[in-house]
Design a protein around this ligand. Structure first.
Ligand code: GTP
Ligand code: MG
Length: 301
């Protein structure tokens, strides 16, 4: 299956919801009047683009329609798509992992899909010929490292783990030493999502990033925040917290195959001004797609 087909299939729920609202609106288009703009904004909010982002998108459209004297449904439809693509363009969507090794620290709350995303990402990087090392920084429960180990086996990555309850920063330290010794290209660090409170989380992530900065001062680093696409605006709130706490550099939105509200991707990129670099559209190894704004908007609308 090609890239476009795959992304369309992964977003099929959002796609059909959007065609029922957004699509219908353009099908019955009689002119760019106030009612049209209001309904357009409503259909975006329904797709979870968020009130602020939807409002901004429609305002931009109004301006463009006026400036460029657009009239027909198709012209306006295309202008709307262009605006969404522009709003999604908030930075380079490729991972910055040029140094050997480079580090991707994967963070996010409980159950959003961190470990699965690491597994899929490891596979994706292995396909590009990279030597990948997984670091089991979620030491909260033994099963977390076991789950990561299964993904290491599937994707052809190596893994460094310790016992349950070990200090995550020390696992990361071990991971970095192993990567240096073995000549790994990329270290992918898993972390626990179930920390009791914000102070706790800040403390732990702080310790991990200090180790990374100390041991690999010149390496490329990404702090990849994983968000569950089905949690909608709540995910956006989480993201804002993590942005403050951890200095997020990239976002992966998961489980978009399970939601009709994929507009959350646009809300997240616009509200945080952090690029979405990957989207998850299933549980299989190849169900992680590098994010492409144009392909995403084409698949959505
Ligand atoms: N449908 C679908 N399911 C997904 C996707 N990504 C992850 N999942 C599922 O979501 C569930 C949780 O995934 P995990 O990777 O264990 O999540 P986690 O963030 O590591 O969870 P904790 O370690 O408990 O914090 C699993 O059942 C995954 O298979 C996706 O893109 N689509
Ligand atoms: Mg996990």
């Amino acid at each position: 299956m090609g890239f476009i087909e795959k992304i369309k299939r992964g977003l099929s729920k959002t796609r059909s919801a959007m065609s029922a609202t957004f699509g219908c609106l353009f099908d019955s288009f009689t002119g760019a009047n106030e009612e049209f703009y209001e309904e357009l904004e409503e259909s975006m909010i329904l797709a979870d683009m968020g009130v602020e982002t939807s409002c901004k998108a429609v305002d931009l459209l109004r301006e463009r329609v006026k400036e460029q004297k657009l009239r027909g449904a198709e012209e306006i439809h295309n202008a709307m798509k262009d605006i969404l693509v522009e709003m999604l363009d908030v930075g380079d969507t490729r991972l910055k992992i040029g140094t050997k090794p480079s580090v991707i620290l994967v963070i996010g709350v409980n159950g959003v899909g961190k470990t699965t995303t690491i597994g899929k990402l490891a596979y994706h990087l292995r396909q590009q010929g990279k030597k990948v090392l997984l670091c089991a920084g979620d030491t909260f429960r033994a099963a977390a490292a076991d789950q990561l180990e299964i993904w290491a086996g599937r994707s052809g990555a190596e893994i460094v783990r310790q016992h349950e309850g070990a200090d995550p920063a020390s696992v990361v330290y071990d991971g970095i030493s192993a990567a240096k010794a073995r000549g790994s290209d990329v270290i992918l660090c898993d972390t626990a999502g179930r920390l009791h409170n914000k102070a706790n989380l800040m403390n732990e992530l702080g310790k991990i990033t200090r180790i990374i900065d100390r041991e690999l001062p010149d390496a490329d680093k990404e702090i990849l925040l994983v968000l569950d696409g089905t949690t909608g605006q709540n995910g956006l709130l989480q993201a804002k917290e993590f942005k403050q706490i951890a200095g997020v550099t990239a976002i992966a939105l998961t489980k978009l195959d399970g939601t009709a509200k994929g507009g959350i991707v646009i809300a997240v990129a616009d509200a945080l001004q952090i690029p979405v670099k990957y989207i998850g559209v299933g549980e299989q190894m190849d169900d992680l797609m590098p994010f492409d704004a144009q392909a995403f908007v084409d698949a959505l609308i």
